[in-house]
Design a protein around this ligand. Structure first.
Ligand code: B12
Ligand code: SF4
Length: 559
């Protein structure tokens, strides 16, 4: 059977030890295309085979005359040496881009996973020649979060820029319906009107003006045997789009939250259980508990299922202040890992940022959650270093508390990021209030060239970076809490390998430098366990590749 549309996805550089778990974007796009009648597959971990000859030999076996489109999910395609830990929560600013010029801008936004245009050109020209061999009319399209970054920086692109040469369209924003419209128009030979053409690159902006906007549309995901899912895998589950809150530093879609109906969620869970035996979910939601009713309905729905599930998601702590019972509802429905944006324990900074619950109550709620969840719950707490009204002293007090508690499994920090406000992206990116009105929120200096820099009354970027480094050092001796490491991506990726909660959290705390005292066994045993999980992760992707070809290859039956 032919593959009309092939989507490529990966999160190639999150960790050197293990490979990422699947990400929702391409699967959601795939489901919409399948519903519209296009035979679509997602090749995940597409950067696993680094050798281009080997990769394209493999890839060619998925392509035939009926292949009309190859789509690439750019959301997590960063170059290997990208340091995503500091000042890059918006994805539009980056500490590495210390001066915005042709080299720095292109290196961090235009070359996707590559370091330079030559390598990217080589990759895309090979892709194009395979498509030309079977169907010269097949399109190459890009979508995903970093598409906006390409638009932002594409004026720096040179004449022979790979995407300019080989990519037909770049879709910006939630493209669920626009991709269907694009491929239908293409199939019917209708003209395609880009929203804008910049430096000869055609962008389709999914904002409802010409190309449909699906920010408020939360589709269900249809996983099929073509996705090669094993029973132990943790699948992405999109339960909502947007967030009801409005934190002043946040770049997510704010002040609105569209949730999926309980019936469609239930149907998806049952379908996955019956088809693959799935019981683990990586829930995609900007804030799982921003709606009291949703959490209650979710818990009831899960209780009524004939099987149990386990799940992880992004959560806020303060809704538990008024509705503490939501903790019990979430835990009883299989909540295993939560990524809590605490951001600050300075009351003045919290109030100014839109998180005004008094810090003592925040600590009390975290402690209550720990006592209810016990060892069966992994808690990550995020902090932003440098919010307006935060001071060195308030951050020292926060650090003292963090060093003395045994509640939080992981502390993750980012240095405050303020992305440049970009008018032409404002219909698809809900820019943070800090970006839109920096003076109103206390910034006295905000510069992007020659170097990214901010300053407010009580701190500046350099101080914040130093404090972040001090925190990292101080956590070396912690006996319970690990520092950094993106556990929000790591927990599902380890569970995905078939490890249980206890093994996954043990692995996540098996650190040699930062957190060397957390797992109290000798270094040899630690290393052995770590190597075991790392090998398992590689074998997991190798197995997937073999199975994927046997299920989706278009030529093996003739050989
Ligand atoms: C979950 C998540 C992660 C997880 C992913 C784990 C996993 N296995 O799922 C992890 C922890 C890895 C992660 C890390 C980071 N993340 Co993150 N993450 C998210 C989050 C919350 C959800 C992603 C998701 O699943 N969305 C649901 C899907 C359905 O929506 P979507 O991705 O937008 O997909 C739609 C479109 O993009 C498009 N699309 C997607 N793929 C394709 C493909 C084609 C062909 C087409 C046509 C369209 C298309 O259509 C889709 C359907 O509407 C988003 C915020 C958000 N709400 O999306 C941030 C987000 C993607 N992350 C972001 C950032 C900045 C990061 C980090 C750099 C943070 C940091 N400083 O460390 C790192 C980068 C990691 C790396 N090195 O690659 C930014 C990216 C901004 C940008 N413009 O680039 C986002 C958008 C948050 C924000 N600030 O607004 N993240
Ligand atoms: S930081 Fe979290 S809670 Fe605040 S608006 Fe953004 S997604 Fe919502």
């Amino acid at each position: 059977m032919s593959n009309e549309v092939i989507l490529l996805s990966d999160i190639p550089n999150q960790s050197k030890d293990t490979f990422a778990a699947r990400y929702a974007g391409p699967y959601v796009i795939k489901s919409n295309l399948i519903s519209a009648g296009f035979k679509t597959i997602v090749l995940d971990w597409f950067r696993f085979i680094k050798d281009n000859d080997k990769f394209f030999n493999y890839f060619e076996q998925l392509v035939d005359e009926k292949t009309c489109c190859v789509g690439i999910s750019t959301t997590f395609l960063y170059p290997e040496n990208h340091n995503s830990k500091e000042g890059n929560s918006s994805g539009l600013n980056s500490n590495e881009v210390s001066k915005i010029d042709i080299d720095s801008a292109t290196a961090h936004s235009l070359f996707l996973w590559e370091q330079n245009n030559e390598s990217l050109y080589d990759w895309f020209s090979r892709l194009r020649s395979i498509l030309d061999k079977y169907n010269p009319k097949a399109q190459i399209v890009l979508g995903g979060a970093r598409a906006a970054r390409i638009l932002q920086m594409c004026h720096f692109a040179t004449e022979d820029y790979a995407l300019k040469k080989f990519v037909d369209y770049i879709l910006i924003g939630n493209a669920d319906q626009s991709i269907v419209k694009l491929l239908n128009n293409h199939k019917e030979g209708k003209g395609i009107m880009p929203s804008l053409v910049k430096n000869d690159i055609k962008f389709l902006v999914c904002n409802g003006m010409g190309w449909p906007d699906s920010k408020k549309f939360v589709p269900s995901t249809i996983y099929t045997k073509h996705d090669c899912i094993e029973k132990s895998h943790w699948l992405p589950l999109e339960v909502s789009r947007g967030c009801a809150f409005n934190c002043k530093f946040c770049y997510y879609d704010k002040k609105h939250s569209s949730k999926r109906s309980m019936q469609s969620l239930k149907d998806e869970l049952i379908r996955n259980y019956e088809t693959f035996g799935t019981t683990g979910y990586n829930i995609t939601s900007d804030c799982f508990n921003d709606n009291r009713k949703f959490v209650g309905d979710w818990a009831n729905m899960i209780t009524g299922l004939p099987f149990k599930i386990e799940w992880a998601s992004y959560v806020r702590i303060d809704p538990f202040h008024k509705y503490t019972e939501m903790m019990d509802e979430m835990i009883s429905s299989g909540f295993r890992a939560g990524y809590f944006g605490i951001e600050t324990l300075c009351h003045a900074a919290g109030k100014a940022a839109g998180k005004g619950l008094p810090p003592d109550r925040v600590k009390e709620l975290l402690s209550l959650l720990r006592s209810k969840g016990g060892n069966n719950l992994w808690i990550t707490a995020y902090f932003i270093i440098g919010l307006p009204k935060e001071t060195e002293q308030s951050l020292n007090e926060t650090l003292d508390w963090l060093l003395s508690q045994n509640i939080v499994d992981e502390v993750q920090t980012s240095v405050l990021d303020v992305a440049p406000f970009i008018e032409e992206l404002s219909s698809v990116i809900d820019f943070a209030d800090h970006s839109k009105q920096p003076e109103k929120y206390g910034f006295t200096k905000l510069e992007y060239a020659p170097k990214f820099y901010w300053e407010h009354e009580s701190m500046n970027l350099e101080q914040a970076k130093n404090i972040n480094e001090e925190w990292r050092e101080k956590f070396h001796e912690h006996t319970f809490t690990r520092f950094g490491g993106s556990a929000h991506g790591e927990y599902p990726r380890i569970r995905d390998l078939g490890l249980n909660h206890k093994q996954a959290t043990f692995f996540m705390k098996t650190k040699f430098l930062s957190g060397k005292k957390i797992v109290n066994i000798d270094t040899r045993k630690k290393r052995k366990f770590k190597n075991y999980v790392t090998d398992l992760s590689r074998q997991h992707v190798e197995k997937y590749y073999d199975k994927f070809l046997s299920v989706n290859g278009v030529r093996q039956c003739h050989s």
